[in-house]
Write a protein that binds this ligand. Structure first.
Ligand code: HEM
Ligand code: HEM
Length: 133
């Protein structure tokens, strides 16, 4: 459950970063970071908000070791992936190593999430606030 709350807070944070980036790209007329902006909004805001909602809706899923692994691996690899991507999009290859390493960890975090959903997301595990019957 706590993991769910933190996913929701980080999702909101990355939404702000994503739209601020979109607005800045528009204002300065430089769209080179479009790919990073798109993924900050989609992997950051949209996906993390969904993780948060799922973990709050199914509290048992949010209490597992897999949820912890998912949370930490995702939130360490995602910003480093975006940093590496932004540098490449701006034509600087000095952080290429980040782009070679961290998308793999991000996908591994998603594997932990999927396993967790298959093992823990069940009708009888739905948040008791919603399960009135
Ligand atoms: C204030 C809000 C936003 C502004 C000002 C903005 C602005 C921009 C700009 C200037 C581009 C580059 C377009 C181009 O060069 O073709 C772009 C691309 C993109 N944006 Fe946003 N954006 C905003 C919010 C969002 C949100 C909330 C999402 C997703 C949840 C999003 C998803 C994308 C995607 C996927 C692309 C890439 C499109 C492509 O490559 O075809 N944007 N945005
Ligand atoms: C590990 C995770 C991911 C990796 C490595 C990845 C990688 C990529 C790559 C290589 C492209 C092509 C960029 C280009 O040709 O310029 C792309 C485009 C795109 N991806 Fe992802 N992606 C990931 C996750 C996601 C997720 C979770 C979403 C949506 C929820 C998403 C939505 C998109 C969209 C909308 C585009 C087209 C917009 C653009 O060209 O910037 N991606 N992604």
């Amino acid at each position: 459950m706590r993991v769910g709350i933190w996913f929701l807070k980080l999702a909101a944070f990355y939404f702000l970063v994503g739209v601020a980036m979109g607005l800045t790209m528009e204002i300065i007329g430089d769209h080179r970071l479009s790919g990073a902006h798109a993924h900050i909004n989609l992997i950051g805001w949209a996906s993390m908000a969904l993780f948060g909602i799922i973990y709050v809706l199914f509290p048992k899923a949010g209490e597992t070791k897999l949820a912890q692994l998912h949370f930490w691996l995702y939130n360490i690899s995602f910003p480093l992936f975006m940093l590496g991507l932004s540098f490449i999009l701006l034509g600087n290859e000095s952080l290429l190593i980040l782009l070679m390493v961290f998308p793999n960890f991000l996908v591994l975090a998603v594997v932990f999430f999927v396993l967790n959903v298959f093992l823990q997301v069940k009708v009888e595990h739905v948040n008791s606030f919603l399960n009135k019957n």
